[in-house]
Design a protein around this ligand. Structure first.
Ligand SMILES: *[C@@H]1O[C@H](CO)[C@@H](O)[C@H](O)[C@H]1NC(C)=O
Ligand SMILES: *[C@@H]1O[C@H](CO)[C@@H](O)[C@H](O)[C@H]1NC(C)=O
Ligand SMILES: *[C@@H]1O[C@H](CO)[C@@H](O)[C@H](O)[C@H]1NC(C)=O
Ligand SMILES: *[C@@H]1O[C@H](CO)[C@@H](O)[C@H](O)[C@H]1NC(C)=O
Length: 785
């Protein structure tokens, strides 16, 4: 099926809005930008944010909360008053307000406290209101569900909704012993009978040049994290530094800066500590702080040209406040500045793959005999139900037949919050039953979309699982109903008791209804907590599918997860490609993961080598078009304008490889090759080409090289010829799986297998390679014989 027609897109948008929350008619909110309409995709952004932020290469896990007295989910002396309503066209809290891309409850509370206000309220994703009294006729408690929107700065927390606030109260006496800058009160326009929206507070922050008092280390100040900032030369904080702290931890840097009398501290590159008394006027934040601290590998201490910035704030006495102007580069736009000239101290540049100097190499087929293992092995593929709005059962049947033919056991159905997604999942189960294939399905509950913040959220998840639990095509593991998630480490279902609530509110609740589950979520948190989480039977390591940097895929992350899980089960991931190219006008995610050097094959061979220890593998993905990781047919609804890099880039030519490796993983034997098969893939343009593309080159473009990658599955010795434009080369290959490559040259791309002078297989790529593309596309063409 071709890309979704425009009218369908608007249907989708309507479907998304209709489910968006308890909005009242006429209560309309300003920028529609948060109503991302296309179900599933708005949430996918956070998906990838987390995948990136908690990226796990080199031993990195979710940054721990600030330690000791710095640990502060709720700042001292603040209590939550829950979700409250606001009168129509009348702000409830009118003392001061601001919006921030880093909005969290803590940010709002600390800022209101510093301005001397008793109440703080978060609203509509990124807005904060402060006041000492409630204005208008709102201020009544509402169900938690009314405050349904995730905070811009931390999607695991709620920040109100349109005309609903999460309200917090300062219980100590208010003491703003300073001159609070006079901020424009939130303006009120229209009357209760008009529907004109109240403008969002956008530019009401105090002047950038406000001074922040210097602190003495004996006062009662607290450090708060601003986030991960893209550093530059000169450094963001450059008044004092120790760039080789052998025992580096976040705390040791904060102490150092505090003792030296600075209000800002920044940790960078694992061992560098920077201090300053002010921040530059403009800062770019990006989730690129991933290096472990030299003194404690469980903490992260910034990254390569990436500084985790902290500010020392003294309760009640530090106004005016310097709040950095945040350049909105989106949650996912990873901007790594080119290191300029020589900056001291030198930082090592990560591995850069050799340029395409050789025209071709032959990489040998996998020769090692897979380890033997007892018990079944399963291969699943991740299916984005959010991309199936136009699906009928017939579409599901196409997917199920194609996947079955590739030795895939079933789909992990990535389910978001829109009610139609449950309808599509229902169709999927029905189609699986009708397919006669024995194909299995299980739910991957996308809790970043479904929510897990109240008892109602828990009941919702339970009822969705219950709905399919007894279906004959429900996937089981160890005799129990298999259930997975995307995310969920911070779910507390309103209990305030942290992720342990998964046990009572979900696992036990299902058991009480007669459903025993085998729960393998994909949570992004400190892996050392896994073995102690009673509610987890295992973990899907999402980020294991790609190298998280400029390196080859490795099993380091698998081994660390398996060690941490102990006797719990480890589910590993594999993916062919990853490239996404949404500009600031849409989801602002523009990067790739490195997939060169036959990454799909290399990853499969790693999984096969671990099959004695890994019982389940998940392919990421079947149909995530926006991220170019799909191996299934292009049908359904393409997110946003992803057709720009998806149309014409069918990946189904990978099927022979998926089938070959999946079979080897499941049986412990590389299957006999009974038919000569050639698979080719290549990007459509030179990695360093320049295009007139307003979105710009994706981060990671320079980690790629320009080849046609090929795999020849041959029944006996043969000759393979590869052609890219004016380059042609022949290779003598043995029976088996042969990996070949040829440097790209402008023009068409093709290949063939010949034996005894005759062609036995030929493949071509349905597209041309160019050095002068009109826009950037780092997706891959795939061709196969
Ligand atoms: C706020 O909620 C209360 C109780 O639900 C309701 O009576 C009141 O009318 C609401 N106020 C506004 C302004 O919507
Ligand atoms: C604020 O000022 C008042 C009056 O000057 C004083 O009594 C109070 O202790 C001060 N509070 C703080 C936290 O300094
Ligand atoms: C810090 O403490 C010292 C000694 O008590 C004092 O002289 C200095 O003024 C203090 N600095 C600030 C910024 O309060
Ligand atoms: C690092 O810190 C630990 C614990 O604080 C301490 O025992 C050790 O001596 C320190 N090492 C260095 C080199 O300072």
């Amino acid at each position: 099926m071709a890309p979704v027609a425009p009218f369908l897109l608007s249907l989708l948008a309507v479907a998304g809005v209709a489910e968006a929350g308890p909005l009242q008619p006429g209560r309309h909110m300003a920028p529609a930008v948060y109503n991302k309409g296309l179900a599933g995709h708005a949430r996918r952004e956070f998906h990838k944010l987390m995948a990136r932020y908690y990226g796990d290469s080199q031993g990195m896990t979710k940054p721990p909360p600030l330690i000791e007295r710095r640990a502060n989910n709720m700042p001292a002396d603040w209590t939550s008053m829950g979700c409250m309503n606001e009168s129509w066209n009348q702000r409830l809290l009118e003392g001061s307000s601001f919006s921030s891309n880093k909005m969290t409850p803590t940010l709002c509370m600390t800022q209101c406290q510093k301005r001397g206000f008793q109440y703080a309220g978060t609203q509509y994703v990124d807005e904060c209101y402060c006041g000492n009294t409630f204005v208008g006729s709102g201020g009544q408690s509402q169900p938690d569900a009314a405050c349904s929107m995730a905070c811009k700065g931390d999607a695991s927390e709620k920040c109100g909704a349109a005309w609903f606030l999460n309200v917090y109260k300062y219980t100590a006496s208010v003491s703003a012993n300073c001159t609070t800058p006079s901020l424009p009160a939130a303006s009120v326009s229209g009357t209760a009978t008009t529907a004109s929206p109240i403008p969002s507070p956008t530019s009401t922050l105090p002047a950038q040049n406000s001074t922040v008092p210097v602190h003495n280390s004996t006062d009662s100040s607290e450090w708060y994290a601003h986030g991960c900032a893209v550093d530059a030369n000169p450094r963001i904080l450059n008044e004092f530094s120790n760039t080789a702290m052998a025992n580096m931890t976040v705390d040791s840097c904060l102490n150092l800066c505090e003792e030296k009398g600075f209000s800002f501290a920044g940790v960078e590159y694992g061992e560098q500590c920077y201090c300053g008394s002010k921040l530059p006027a403009s800062i770019k934040y990006a989730d690129i702080c991933q290096l472990p601290c030299k003194g404690n590998a469980k903490e992260t201490c910034g990254g390569f040209w990436a500084m985790e910035v902290f500010e020392l704030m003294k309760a009640g006495a530090d106004c005016p406040v310097q709040v950095p102007a945040v350049t909105n580069i989106g949650n996912n736009n990873i901007v790594i500045p080119a290191p300029t000239a020589t900056v001291s101290p030198a930082q090592t540049t990560p591995l850069n793959p050799a340029k395409t100097t050789t025209s071709s190499i032959v990489a040998p087929a996998p020769t090692a005999q897979p380890p033997s293992a007892s018990g079944d092995r399963q291969v699943w593929a991740h299916h984005m139900v959010g991309n199936t709005y136009p699906y009928t059962q017939a579409n599901w049947l196409v997917d199920i037949r194609a996947a079955s033919a590739q030795a895939i056991d079933g789909f992990a159905l990535n389910l978001g919050h829109e009610s139609w997604q449950v309808d599509r999942a229902t169709d999927a189960y029905a189609a699986a039953q009708n397919s006669g294939t024995g194909f299995k399905l299980f739910l991957s509950l996308d809790v970043t979309s479904l929510g897990c913040w109240s008892g109602g959220d828990a009941s919702n998840l339970v009822s969705i699982v219950q709905r399919f639990a007894n279906h004959p095509n429900q996937a089981k593991h160890n005799g129990k109903v298999l259930v997975s998630t995307f995310a969920g480490s911070d779910c507390n279902f309103g209990t305030g008791s942290g992720s342990g609530a998964w046990q009572s509110m979900f696992v036990d609740a299902l058991k009480n209804q007669g459903t025993n589950i085998f729960f393998v979520p994909s949570i992004f948190s400190d892996i050392s907590t896994f073995s102690g989480n009673s509610w987890m039977d295992g973990e899907l390591n999402w980020n294991s599918a790609w190298p998280m940097g400029n390196n080859q895929i490795s099993t380091d992350t698998d081994n660390r997860y398996m060690n941490a899980l102990g006797s719990k089960e480890y589910m590993a991931a594999v993916s062919p490609f990853f490239f996404t190219h949404f500009g600031a006008d849409l989801w602002n995610k523009n990067w790739l993961y490195r997939a060169d050097d036959w990454m799909y094959c290399a990853r499969w061979e790693q999984l096969i080598g671990m099959r004695d220890r890994v019982k389940q593998v998940e392919i990421l993905t079947w149909n995530d078009y926006g991220e170019s990781s799909y191996i299934g047919p292009i049908q359904g609804a393409l997110p946003g304008y992803s057709g720009k890099w998806v149309d014409g880039f069918d990946h189904q030519g990978l099927a022979p490889l998926t089938q070959y490796y999946s079979t080897a993983y499941k049986t412990g034997q590389y299957p006999a090759i009974t038919k000569d098969t050639l698979v080719l893939w290549s990007r459509p343009h030179a990695h360093d080409a320049n295009a007139n593309d307003y979105i710009g080159k994706p981060t990671g473009w320079d980690w790629t090289t320009d080849y046609v990658w090929a795999v020849a599955l041959t029944t006996s010795d043969a000759v393979v010829t590869l052609t890219s434009g004016s380059n042609t080369q022949t290779f003598n290959v043995k029976a088996g799986l042969n990996k070949l490559k040829i440097a790209n040259s402008p023009g068409g791309m093709s290949g063939k297998i010949t034996r005894n002078g005759g062609d036995v297989a030929s493949a071509s790529i349905n597209g041309q390679y160019t050095t002068s593309p009109s826009s950037y596309n780092y997706n891959y063409y795939v061709g196969s014989s």
